[in-house]
Design a protein around this ligand. Structure first.
Ligand code: ATP
Length: 524
């Protein structure tokens, strides 16, 4: 789909962030007060895009799940559990005790860094200064090495901060410090946001904002089993907000402190769990491709055995080549084989039996769980990154279609640049824009409005009558509207309109009465 987003021409994050702000996709939260690190607001188009991605996931997973490995129809039901739950949930899930990221503080700058994000340049010389930097910010550390140590960074070995002996910490120069020796030893830090329920704020009233949607599914597993007549295997799906007090929120909406997740818990017989794990890892990768993410920018990464949680026998990530990770990849979704860990924990902590009774075989079993867990907001970043393209188009009336360009590249003589978001029609925030050729011709305006009023009953459509047609096209290109429909003098005479396709810029004239059918056969 997007030829620019390859390892040769990664899309700079600033370019995407600027477009998101300029066109009303995503804003810094409470921007008029200086923002808040790790929190974002979705503007009108961002909201529509996020809802469309959420709806596509729900449609393809809950309403029409893929066909199972043996040709069977799968049963998946939806859920919407509370964000604040009984704190015991988080004790049982292991989040209170173990949902920690080791982190380092800088005593001087008061910055806090996730230890697994902090790399250290170690010199060959035993007494030399060590230089720390965040992953992705190596250029800054290398500049500092050249300036402060007057040395070649290539002569240093790079190690995670967790591998630096405590005795060497006084020689480590933190990323935001003015001198070495300000970093603390990595310590555990609980990522759950705390809150207090009711008027009193004592520890007895302590509660947490959920750090994942999954636990709400496990705590409702019995309710669903008892009310929905589901049989093993079956799934429960949920989309909703999660909160993590991330030590280093960064890369725009990739890692934020408030975000949304789309999670499926697939309950199955322990004997069949490996088959389902294989099925879901495959199916989830395919799904991201089906909504328009190119396979070249997606990959599956199986976790090494030493990366797995103690209860997990397998875990794979669907990874995407983000502009800021290129040529490397970063996580988009994780598919975990969780065994019977969660149900066992909740059974033990709550005293409620979680076993499934199989009427056919007259046996009881504690199901195993396969969990495809993805970020909805991180998915929005992938869709935005994937859709973004810059092209050169001939100026004026010259012949020729669009030519692919790299982000930031200047157009040659006779061409101008166009920025286009190539969202699949299914995800595009606006499906079609209706333009009257001239705003001062009441008959044309009336006809265009009539078409708009008709189409909006089925699709999210825009009506725009201001400015030259070329400018109106550019705006719609930048927000990724797949089709622009112009009502002109011919429309009055012949009852026809012209539809212009976003990607090819091809124009088709057809009777107004055929517009709906045309759109329906073009992905809407
Ligand atoms: P990481 O190791 O990057 O912190 P994780 O492996 O802990 O992430 P999971 O707990 O598996 O992430 O969460 C499932 C999905 O939720 C991730 O694949 C990601 O898409 C999304 N996600 C997790 N944390 C964040 C965050 N801070 N901001 C945005 N999305 C997130």
């Amino acid at each position: 789909m997007n030829m620019q987003n390859n390892s040769d021409h990664p899309l700079p994050l600033e370019t995407l962030t600027a477009l998101c702000k300029r066109r009303g996709f995503i804003f810094q939260t409470s921007e008029i007060y200086g923002g808040l690190n790790g929190f974002w607001d979705y503007g009108p188009l961002g909201t529509a895009l996020k809802n469309n991605l959420r709806d596509a996931w729900w449609q393809d997973l809950v309403r029409t799940p893929p066909i199972g490995p043996d040709g069977e129809i799968l049963d998946i039901v939806g859920l919407d559990s509370a964000i604040i739950q009984n704190p015991r949930v988080w004790e049982a899930s292991g989040h209170v005790g173990g949902f920690n990221d080791p982190m380092c503080d800088c005593r001087e700058s008061k910055s806090r860094y996730r230890a697994d994000h902090l790399m250290v340049y170690v010199p060959a010389d035993k007494d030399g200064t060590l230089f720390a930097c965040l992953v992705g910010d190596e250029a800054r550390a290398e500049k500092r090495i050249r300036k402060e140590a007057k040395a070649d960074p290539a002569a240093y070995t790079v190690k995670p901060v967790t591998e630096i002996p405590v005795a060497d910490l006084p020689r480590v120069w933190g990323p935001d410090a003015a001198k070495p020796g300000t970093l603390t030893e990595p310590r555990q830090f609980n990522l759950m946001f705390k809150t207090y329920i009711g008027a009193a704020s004592g520890e007895d009233n302590l509660a947490y904002l959920r750090p994942e949607t999954a636990q709400g599914i496990f705590t409702n597993y019995k309710n669903v089993l008892d009310t929905m007549r589901v049989k093993l295997p079956f799934g429960i799906a949920q989309v909703g907000k999660s909160f993590r007090n991330e030590v280093t929120p960064r890369n725009f909406i990739f890692r934020s402190r408030e975000f949304e997740q789309m999670e499926l818990e697939w309950f199955c017989h322990p004997d069949e769990s490996q088959k389902w794990y294989d099925f879901w890892t495959e199916a989830r990768l395919k799904w991201w491709e089906s909504i328009g993410v190119s396979s070249a920018n997606l990959r599956r990464r199986d976790h090494d055995p030493d990366e797995l949680a103690h209860y997990s026998t397998a875990c794979a990530d669907v990874e995407y080549r983000y502009g800021f990770t290129a040529p490397d990849f970063g996580e988009l979704e994780g598919i975990a084989h969780r065994g019977a860990f969660d149900l066992t924990q909740h059974q033990e902590f709550s005293g409620t039996k979680m076993e499934y009774f199989d009427q056919e075989t007259n046996t009881r079993v504690l199901p195993h769980v396969i969990e495809p867990s993805s970020g909805l907001t991180r998915g929005v970043l992938v869709v935005l990154n994937e859709a973004y393209a810059e092209e050169f188009v001939p100026k004026g009336d010259q012949e020729g279609g669009p030519i692919q360009a790299a982000p930031g590249q200047q157009p040659p003589e006779g061409y101008e640049k166009r920025v286009v978001m190539r969202f699949s029609p299914r995800l595009a925030p606006v499906k079609a824009a209706i333009f009257p050729l001239l705003k001062n011709r009441p008959e044309i305006v009336a006809k265009a409005k009539e078409l708009y009023m008709d189409l909006r009953t089925t699709w999210a459509v825009d009506y725009d009558q201001t400015g030259a047609i070329g400018r109106r096209y550019r705006r719609q290109d930048e927000i990724g509207t797949p089709f622009c429909i112009t009502v002109d003098f011919d429309s009055l005479e012949n009852n026809t309109v012209t539809i212009r396709e976003r990607d090819s810029m091809k124009q088709t004239t057809l009777p107004i009465t055929e517009v709906r059918a045309w759109l329906a056969t073009h992905g809407l």
